[in-house]
Write a protein that binds this ligand. Sequence first.
Ligand code: ZN
Length: 495
Amino acid sequence: MSVKKLIRHACQTLAGGVLAFTIAIPQAAANDNPHGAYKPGHFPKLEEIHTPKNVKHPSNGKRVLGPGHPKYTMNVTYNSKNHTISGHMTVAFNNNLHKNLNRLYFNLWGNASVFEENGGGMTVSHVKINGKKAAYIVNDTKLKISGLSLKANKKVTVGMDFNVSLPHQQDRFGWNKTTVSLGNWFPILGVYDEEGWNLDPYYAYGESFYSLTGDFDVTLTTDKDQVIAASGTEVGKAKIMSSQAVHHYKAHNVRDFAMEMDPTYHVKSTTVNKTKINVYYTDEQAKYADAMLESGHDSIALFSKKFGKYPWPELDVVSMEGWFGGMEYPQLVMISLPGERSQNWVKSVTAHEIGHQWFYGIIGDNEYDEPWLDESFADFSAALYDGELNQLTTPAPQQDYFHLSSPVSTFTAHADEGGINAYYNTIYGYGSRTVNDLRLKLGDQQFYKSMQTYFKKKKFGVSTTADFIKIMEDTSGKDLSAFFKNHRVFVSDQQ
Ligand SMILES: [Zn+2]
């Protein structure tokens, strides 16, 4: 996500206000949209905070992460009259966790309180495991399916019906005017790792999302006049049946599946390195279409050269009206254009979100436990695109409880003491500066060579801070412990 331009372009805020990256931004959006008044979500209390996994020991490829490579098949209908999307989903995977599983968890992000306040929510029913009815319970954003006996290395198929009400909200999930934003809209399988099941709360000012790459096969029925952007690629042409159209999408090696639709969208396309880039925009957003197309083209070319090749055949850059700057999903980025923007702002936000295709999309991370692993690198990527790496100078956070690999919970626990501002300053500003300091320390040639090894080793997987440091040290042959200690990466280094 980008709340743009946090540090480097602090004067160009979303609503033209004075504050750059504070809660003032959601309030400004709320003024524009009285129906979708934005309120912060639930923040966990201190006692709910688990121990983050940002240990200093790299995983050496021995981590067990599962359930591995899920295959989602969905058949859903979007009803534009009551703003609901409902249908059936199956998720098939092998139990790769080397042990019997007696339960499974899915995240239902649409149940976050910030959406419920504006009419959003999700329900599930007819939950089946391998064709048999299963016991389940929904608690806030968590769906627990229990009483199972899923043997190691055996195939599991989960089936369920689900129904989603979209909130009337200018957000990554919600509807606003004629635009429908479908980010984090379906029940998504949780991740089991050395911490157990990861079931962190929704974080409105950033991300709590953590999922493994898999394949998606999505059939969507809706009004035939909707123009739809989606993760993956549309298979064939839509089938028209009176007032409705049936669209079929497939996506491979992606960790999420998002859609954005609006009957008033126009589309402009170009190609770079055999990847098709489509920009979606309304009449009001038309003046930014060329900026998004240019940034889309040049960012993909630049980041492919510097970090590793963009691996998917398509990328959609979609205009919408959010309270933030932009939001990333695999093969789909949302650019928030609710009012006047400068062309450079649009290009830079587009580059940040496209940077996330590498840092979160291709090289995954636990966005709640180690948010710097995607945000700092996406902000570094945008500065690289902007030619403004020398402007990455944000100082380290003053308070000793914030460090670069702090989980989101450290910032929300200190929300009353400016924790949300500290989140942006630390994770975006100081983080991108740290990545750039590393570039300066290693030199351009070694830094990008090391980044390409990081890409190769972690492609379609999940990285940790310790993994990143080990790969940087191994590839450069340098002991970087003092560098990362001086950059306040681990809290244990600060005592
Ligand atoms: Zn971001």
